[in-house]
Design a protein around this ligand. Sequence first.
Ligand SMILES: NC(=O)c1ccc[n+]([C@@H]2O[C@H](COP(=O)([O-])OP(=O)(O)OC[C@H]3O[C@@H](n4cnc5c(N)ncnc54)[C@H](O)[C@@H]3O)[C@@H](O)[C@H]2O)c1
Length: 569
Amino acid sequence: MTQDHHNRPVEQAAERSTKQESEGFTEQWSERCIVIVGMTGVGKSTIGAHLARQLARRFVDLDHYIVEKTGKTIPQIFAEKGESVFRLLEARALEECLALGSDVVVSTGGGAIVTPSNRQLLQGTPLVVWLRADLEDLIGRVSHDTSRPLLVDDPQAALERLSQERGPWYSQVADLSIVTADKAIPEIVDSLVTRITADSPLSTDGGEYSAGEGPSQDSLGGSATMIIERVQLDRGRSYPVIVGPGARHELAGLIPDDVRKVAIVTQQGIDVAVDPGVDHQVFMVEDGERAKRLTVVEDLARAFAQWGMTRHDAVVAVGGGVVTDLGGFVAATYHRGIKVIHVSTSLLGQIDASIGGKCGVNLVEGKNLVGAFWQPTAVICDTEVLSSLPSREFRSGLGELAKYHFLGGGDLQLLDLPKRVAACVRIKADVVAADEREGGKRAILNYGHTLGHALETASVTGSDGAYAIRHGEAVAIGLIYAAEVAFALGRIDEARLAEHRRVVHGYELETQLPPDSDHHELVQLFKRDKKAVHGITFVLDGPLGVEPVVVNDEDLLLECLSKMEHDRI
Ligand SMILES: NC(=O)c1ccc[n+]([C@@H]2O[C@H](COP(=O)([O-])OP(=O)(O)OC[C@H]3O[C@@H](n4cnc5c(N)ncnc54)[C@H](O)[C@@H]3O)[C@@H](O)[C@H]2O)c1
């Protein structure tokens, strides 16, 4: 382990500008007109009305405003004039409502965000609150509602598409965001009132941002290319994930005020320089999985102690999944837990490993056998640094990326890289929000992993336990296999199976088993998978989406493996 020293005290408070400061506005949050945005069915009108009552403000529902002005219902306007005329009416109505004064709470329709002029307005003076919910919750709420013209044919498909399209826009304009699932309306409203009346967008309390806190889009050096996602946890905890080219330069602004020393944990060869803006040292660990060992944790903790790090200081882990897993675990255990920020530098790390708080190290007996759940204070996914990633590592990330297509991501290939990374972060963040400690839903992130893990284990040839196949490469093959099994069980049709092949091929990833794979060995390895509590368990696609399924029919599993033999497809 090597160290390098660099002291540069920076006045933290000066680095943090809120949206109002960066745009020259002097109003506090509590003095600004509030606009509620979010997907159809998330509860914007109800929460907006309650919020207005609590803050003693006027409440305007944008759709009702349009109905009153035109004398027609929204479905009537859509049927008679079409969506484009409705959007024009909506844009005019929003402008008028924002001109009503600062003591107003306006709830918008889910699609108001689609109109560029509306987004421009929302990026100006109003305080924009983004209400979020799981797709499943939304589907449950709106599937029988015939008053929503865009959802009449196939509500589920429409909601998936709309949430994919609109998510980045909501994120772009929002000052605050809050997940509404499993929360009672008074709890949501109380949380918002606390935040709005507190006026400060950044929390330094305990190193985690509470609901809706964190930097706004405009506080990030005014960069229009940065996307902010939030991981919302229970008890009001949450943290921001900053995605975009150059995002590493936002690090100093994300270091909590009480942090005096920062230990930067990184690997030789990563060569991503960061400046946390406070006294810091760089602690180098060796390359590869070998860095994820308890002895390395001890070495780091001892070096931290010798440097005089206290429980108020922080770790910044700069690297791929190995470094963030290791850095997170050292942070979780040093002084019984100090803050950690991940600067994720690999594609796999950005869309998966750095999000969700799972960290740990390996034992000789197996991977990730010692670990913790330790949520970071913030995560930075700088897409610029991916250009130095070895191409095989990038491809490995693409295997995980392909997985997200089937977890609600839709056609991610249509997005540019930062948006694609952000979309994956959003999906993972939502899964983590629903299941922080892997009690249930988080299992869906294992899509493609039952065969994937088996292929990794089967690929070990040397005594060092190293896998010959990269994780994402194995997951890509595992996705196709999971689709074959789902098809054989009648859970998905041929078109969906073909879609799996199209997506994985689209990333130029392998879809066939490695040559000479031993099918019987793979089935034995399925039995050792950590999901196999009640028998061999796969995460499979199906009519209700992706879910864990016990599959004990070994003949069927072998038959599906034979369909994927190298020279068969
Ligand atoms: N905690 C979680 O939820 C979670 C999820 C998935 C995977 N993981 C873990 O993540 C690890 C795999 O992560 P990974 O695929 O990022 O591997 P990795 O961290 O080993 O990185 C791959 C290689 O790329 C190099 N590298 C990383 N960023 C670079 C850059 N910008 N430029 C040049 N080189 C760079 C690394 O030094 C390494 O040699 C595994 O240990 C796995 O267990 C954890």
